[in-house]
Every structure is written in structure tokens, then in C-alpha cells.
Design a protein around this ligand. Sequence first.
Ligand SMILES: CC(C)(COP(=O)(O)OP(=O)(O)OC[C@H]1O[C@@H](n2cnc3c(N)ncnc32)[C@H](O)[C@@H]1OP(=O)(O)O)[C@@H](O)C(=O)NCCC(=O)NCCS
Length: 189
Amino acid sequence: MGLRSSRGILRGTVNFLPRETSRLVLRAIELGDWRAIHRYMSDPRVTTWLPDGVMNEEQAQAFASKNAGETPEAIAVLTKSTNQLVGHIVFHPWAQPRTHEIGWVFAGSHQRRGYATEAAKSILAYAFETLRCHRIIATCQPQNVASWRVAEKLGMRREGSFRQCILRPTGEWWDEFFYSMLEEEHYLR
Ligand SMILES: CC(C)(COP(=O)(O)OP(=O)(O)OC[C@H]1O[C@@H](n2cnc3c(N)ncnc32)[C@H](O)[C@@H]1OP(=O)(O)O)[C@@H](O)C(=O)NCCC(=O)NCCS
């Protein structure tokens, strides 16, 4: 997911109030979440298509600290049944007014249960109905089928496929799919 630097008017998850779905609770990230975040973000199978790769403990602490602070860019996702933090939804302002980027990351042990789609659907509702966003975008690599399947299950539209547009520290170039949903499309669903 292209975690680009955020610019924009809205600060999407400041004062984010917990939201519930049928199986999940979404809430602001807290400082003490870093261990749970580190557990899955240190797994290279989870971070294969994340630009910053695996997180060490210090990076997980910094991530929790940033997101527990005044400019959060991600939301914690916990299972209702166990109250366990099993992933996060990236959500932050993007390059235009009323435009946010959304992304999804879940622990390997909790993938393929529909959690990413369930959590992201709740954040899309928050984005359009509470924040009054105009457009939500998501990006992913073509090889990351699980990620673009989530975007498509949410009803996001693939707008483009960019060739070799992201340079990795290894010198490798990544292709990228670009998805979006507009406010009017959210209300048509
Ligand atoms: C992408 C990710 C968040 C999806 O989470 P998830 O909770 O498993 O997603 P869901 O269960 O809601 O739906 C996933 C869809 O992708 C499919 N899918 C899941 N893993 C897949 C895989 N390895 N290969 C192909 N399809 C896969 C599922 O079958 C499902 O589609 P379907 O309902 O049509 O069958 C998860 O795989 C993940 O955390 N990956 C690592 C982090 C990452 O790459 N994030 C995105 C960066 S762009």
C-alpha cells in the first residue's frame, strides 16, 4: 500500500470514536498496542508488499506513539470475541481536500476470514458519512491479490495500473494498481 505523506484538510482519525462491526471493534491506536502491532508487523509474510518492510520493536513503538498522538494515520482492529488486536486499517488525508487513503494490514493468523473487508467497510462508512469525504483511494501491487480483492469487494473501482512507478531500496521497481470510491458511489451501494 502506498503510504504517501499526508496532505489535506481533514485529519481523519483525530478523536476517532470506537466503531463496532459484527465481529470487530475499531478504535484509536494506544501506546500499549505496540507489542501486538510488532507481533504481526515483524512477520515478513505480512510486510512483503508494505513499503517500509518489517518493523523492529523500536519502529513498532514509534508507530503506536504516532498513531496515539495528534496526527494518527491508522486505526486498531480488535476481535470482539477475544479483544485481541489483530490488525490495523491505514486511513489518512491524501493529496486533495476531502480525500483520504485507506489501507489494510492483518496478522497472518487472522487473514482470510473477511476481517479486512469488514473493518474497511466500516471505515468507508465513517469516511463518507461522518467526515463527508468526497473520494477515498487505495493502492496496492498487482501481485498482492488479497489486497486488491479487498478493494474490489468493497466496491472500489480500479482506476489505473501504473508500471514500475515505485522504486524499492533494493533497486527493484514495483507496479501499482490504483483504486477509488466516490461519495456518490458509496450512497448507491
Ligand atoms: C491484504 C489483507 C489485509 C487481506 O486481509 P483479509 O482479512 O485476509 O481479507 P478478506 O478476508 O477480507 O478478503 C480477502 C480476499 O482476498 C482473497 N485472498 C486472501 N488471501 C489471498 C491470497 N493469498 N491469494 C489470493 N487471494 C487471497 C480472499 O479469498 C478474499 O476474496 P474472496 O472473498 O473473493 O475469496 C491481508 O492479506 C494482509 O494483511 N496482507 C499483508 C499486508 C498487506 O499486504 N496489506 C495490503 C498492502 S497494499
